[in-house]
Design a protein around this ligand. Structure first.
Ligand SMILES: Cc1cc2nc3c(=O)[nH]c(=O)nc-3n(C[C@H](O)[C@H](O)[C@H](O)COP(=O)(O)OP(=O)(O)OC[C@H]3O[C@@H](n4cnc5c(N)ncnc54)[C@H](O)[C@@H]3O)c2cc1C
Ligand SMILES: *[C@@H]1O[C@H](CO)[C@@H](O)[C@H](O)[C@H]1NC(C)=O
Ligand SMILES: *[C@@H]1O[C@H](CO)[C@@H](O)[C@H](O)[C@H]1NC(C)=O
Ligand SMILES: *[C@@H]1O[C@H](CO)[C@@H](O)[C@H](O)[C@H]1NC(C)=O
Ligand SMILES: *[C@@H]1O[C@H](CO)[C@@H](O)[C@H](O)[C@H]1NC(C)=O
Ligand SMILES: *[C@@H]1O[C@H](CO)[C@@H](O)[C@H](O)[C@H]1NC(C)=O
Length: 534
C-alpha cells in the first residue's frame, strides 16, 4: 500500500505562519513525513510586521514594541540574532520614558498639577478594569464597555471636585472642560493600544484576561523585520511562495468517499484555489490570515476575496463576527526647519501630548482637521530626530488612508501651529501667522503612513474583545475543523482539515506578535501530536 506523505499548507507568511512552518519543517525535514509549504498573498513576508526607512531612520509601519521583555519569545530571538543593537538610530531607541510637554489646544502649556490628578484617575480606573484591584469574575460575556466604565469614573470625579477656579490664563478653557479633555487624551491612547476606536465597544470583563510580559517594553534596533527574516532563513528556498493569494478554501465537513482500493490512498480533503486560477490540494491547512480577512470571508460574496466552501459552521462564524478588529495607523512626518537661522538654544520638536477641545465643541479651532483631533501625541521617534510620529485609529485612521500627502501635510502643520505657536489667535484665523515665527516653527516636508485598514490582505490592524464577546470566543477561534472528526485513518471526514493560528486566536496574548508566535507553535504542535510526533 502506497502511503502518501501528508501535505500541510500554511496560509500567510506573517509571524504565526512562519513560526508554524519552522516548527513543522524542523520535524518534517528530519523524518521526511510530510510536505510543508507557506502560501502568501502579498509580495513580501512579514504581514503586519513591516520595517522600513524614512528620513534616514529605521521605522516600523506595523508592530513596534516588544510588550515586556520577561519571557517574550520575540525578545529571546532578538537577543540571539543581536538585533537589539545598531549603529544607526531607530524608532524609540531611548525608550518610552521621555518627558512630554502637554499642551492644550490654543497653545497653553499645562503643568503637572493639572495633569496628575486626571492621569491618576485614569490609571486607577484601568487598573480596576484590568483586575489589579479586585477579584472580578473572569470571562463573562458581558455588556459593559470600558468606555462607559471610564466615563462613569470621570463623572463621579468631576461631581466631587471643588468649585470652578478662574482660568483667565487659558483662553476658552475652564477647569471642567480641561479635566474632561485631559481624560479624553488618555482615552485616545487606549483607542490605539486596543484598536477599539469606540471604547464603549471594548469589553470590560475581558480586560482582566489580557496578559503582558513583565519587564520593560522596547523596540528592536535592527527592526522587527530582522525577527521575520531570521525565521524565514531557517526554511529551505521555495518553501514560502509569494504572490499566492488564496481565494477559496474547499473542505469536507462530511465526506463519505470510500478509500481507493487500487492505490490505497484517499484524495486530500482540502482544495485551495488561488487568485491566478491555479489549485492545490492539502491534507491540512493552517489559516493565519487576520481577523479582518476572516470577517470578510464569512460575509463571502466571492468577489475575489477569501471564501470557505462550505461556509464556516455557525459556532466559528459567530466568534469571528463577535470579536473586534480595529484600524490603527501610524503617520511619520519629516520636519525641516522653516528658517535657516535656528536659535542655538532651540530645544527641537517636543514630545508633544495634545489636549483637544471635543470634536463637536463650538470652542474648537476650525483649522485643525477632524481627523487630527483624536491623536494623543506627536513625538519625535527618538531624542532630536527630525521624524515625528502620530497614531490614528478608527474613523480617523481610515480617513488618513484616503487623504493625499499634501492634505495631510497641511492638516498636520495647522495643528502643530495651533499647539506650538504660542499665538492663540493663529487658530482663529484672524492673525497673520508669519508674524509669530519662533523657535518651534517647523515645516513638514514629507509624510509616510500605513494603510492597514484598506489593504485587502489585512482589512484592519489587530483584534480586541468587543462587548458581547469574551475570552471564550478567542478559544473558539483556535478550534480546528471539522469540529469532531468521526474517523481516524479512513477517508470519512478526515480530522484537522482547517486549523487556525494568528494573533486573534490567542486568549491572553491576542493583538501581539508574541500571541501570533505562540499560536503558530500551538497549531504546529497540534499536527505533530496528531501524527504522534511529539
Ligand atoms: C500599526 C500596528 C502596530 C502594532 N504594534 C504592535 C506592537 O507594538 N507590538 C506587538 O506585539 N504587536 C503589534 N502589532 C500587532 C502585530 O503586528 C500582529 O499581532 C502580528 O504581526 C500578527 O501576525 P499574524 O501572523 O497573526 O498575522 P499577519 O501578520 O497579518 O499575517 C497574515 C498573513 O496572511 C497573508 N494573507 C492574508 N490573506 C491572504 C490570502 N487570501 N491568501 C494568502 N495570504 C493571505 C497576509 O498578507 C499576511 O502576510 C501592531 C500591528 C499594527 C498594524
Ligand atoms: C511596507 O512598507 C513599504 C515601505 O514603506 C510600503 O511600500 C508597503 O506598502 C508596506 N506594506 C504594507 C503591507 O504595509
Ligand atoms: C533622551 O532624553 C531623555 C530625557 O528627555 C533622557 O532621559 C534620555 O537619556 C535621552 N536619550 C538619549 C539617547 O540621549
Ligand atoms: C489514486 O486513485 C484515484 C482514483 O483512481 C486517483 O484519482 C488518484 O489520483 C490516485 N492517487 C495516486 C496518488 O495515485
Ligand atoms: C539633542 O540636542 C541637544 C541640543 O541640540 C543636545 O544637547 C543633545 O546632546 C542631543 N542629544 C542627542 C541624543 O543627540
Ligand atoms: C481513533 O482511534 C482510536 C484507537 O485507534 C480510538 O480510541 C479513538 O476513539 C478514535 N477516534 C475517533 C474520533 O474515532
Amino acid at each position: 500500500m502506497v502511503v502518501k506523505k501528508a501535505r500541510i499548507v500554511i496560509i500567510g507568511a506573517g509571524m504565526a505562519g512562519l513560526t508554524a512552518a519552522n516548527k513543522l519543517h524542523s520535524v518534517a525535514a528530519a523524518k521526511d513525513l510530510f510536505e510543508v509549504c507557506v502560501v502568501e498573498g502579498g509580495n513580501r513576508i512579514g504581514g503586519r510586521i513591516n520595517t522600513t526607512e524614512f528620513g534616514g531612520d529605521i521605522i516600523e509601519m506595523g508592530a513596534t514594541w516588544i510588550h515586556g521583555i520577561g519571557g517574550s519569545p520575540i525578545h529571546k530571538i532578538a537577543q540571539q540574532i543581536h538585533a537589539l543593537e545598531s549603529d544607526k538610530p531607530w524608532e524609540w531607541m531611548d525608550g518610552k520614558g521621555n518627558e512630554a510637554t502637554t499642551i492644550a489646544e490654543g497653545g497653553f502649556v499645562l503643568n503637572p498639577s493639572f495633569l496628575h490628578p486626571i492621569k491618576k484617575l485614569f490609571n486607577n480606573l484601568m487598573d480596576h478594569a484590568q483586575g489589579k484591584m479586585s477579584t472580578t469574575s473572569k470571562g463573562d460575556c458581558g455588556n459593559l464597555g470600558v468606555g462607559s466604565f471610564l466615563r462613569r469614573g470621570l463623572h463621579a470625579y468631576c461631581g466631587s471636585s471643588k468649585e470652578e477656579e478662574e482660568f483667565n490664563r487659558f483662553g476658552k478653557w475652564n477647569k471642567k472642560l480641561l479635566d474632561e479633555a485631559i481624560f479624553a487624551m488618555h482615552e485616545n491612547v487606549l483607542r490605539t493600544d486596543s484598536s477599539a476606536a469606540d471604547l464603549f465597544t471594548l469589553d470590560y470583563g475581558a480586560e482582566s484576561e489580557y496578559q503582558m510580559f513583565p519587564g520593560e517594553e522596547i523596540t528592536i534596533a535592527k527592526g522587527y523585520m530582522s525577527i521575520i527574516e531570521h525565521l524565514a532563513s531557517l526554511l529551505p528556498p521555495g518553501l514560502v511562495q509569494l504572490g499566492r493569494r488564496v481565494t477559496r478554501i474547499e473542505w469536507q465537513p462530511e465526506r463519505h468517499e470510500p478509500m481507493n482500493m487500487e492505490n490505497g490512498t484517499c484524495s486530500r480533503p482540502v482544495m485551495l484555489h488561488f487568485c491566478d486560477g491555479s489549485t492545490m490540494s492539502a491534507d491540512h491547512v493552517i489559516v493565519t490570515v487576520s481577523l479582518g480577512v476572516l470577517k470578510a470571508a464569512i460575509h463571502g460574496d466571492d468577489s475575489g476575496m477569501l471564501t470557505f466552501h462550505p461556509r464556516l459552521p455557525p459556532f466559528k462564524a459567530e466568534a469571528i463576527s463577535r470579536l473586534g478588529f480595529g484600524v490603527v495607523n501610524k503617520l511619520f512626518m519629516q520636519l525641516s526647519p522653516r528658517h535657516e537661522k535656528r536659535d542655538e538654544h532651540s530645544k527641537g520638536f517636543p514630545f508633544l501630548h495634545m489636549v483637544f477641545h471635543s470634536p463637536h465643541s463650538e470652542l474648537r479651532h476650525k483649522k485643525i482637521p477632524w481627523w487630527m483631533r483624536r491623536t494623543a501625541s506627536l513625538c519625535p521617534i527618538y531624542n532630536n530626530s527630525s521624524v515625528i510620529l502620530g497614531w490614528f485609529s478608527g474613523e480617523e485612521g481610515l480617513a488618513l488612508e484616503s487623504l493625499k500627502d499634501e492634505e495631510i501635510i497641511e492638516g498636520v502643520s495647522d495643528t502643530i501651529s495651533c499647539f506650538l505657536s504660542h499665538s492663540p489667535e493663529f487658530c482663529n484665523g484672524n492673525v497673520d501667522s508669519e508674524k509669530y515665527s519662533h523657535e518651534y516653527e517647523v515645516k513638514v516636508s514629507k509624510v509616510l503612513k500605513s494603510q492597514w485598514g484598506t489593504d485587502p490582505l489585512f482589512l484592519g490592524s489587530y483584534s480586541y474583545v468587543a462587548v458581547r464577546s469574551c475570552g471564550d470566543d478567542l478559544d473558539t477561534m483556535a478550534e480546528p475543523l471539522p469540529k469532531s472528526g468521526n474517523s481516524n485513518h479512513s477517508c470519512v471526514s478526515p480530522p484537522l482539515q482547517i486549523l487556525f493560528a494568528g494573533e486573534a486566536t490567542h486568549r491572553t496574548y491576542y493583538s501581539t506578535t508574541h500571541g501570533a508566535y505562540f499560536s503558530g507553535l500551538r497549531e504546529a504542535n497540534r499536527l505533530l501530536q496528531h501524527y504522534s510526533l511529539c
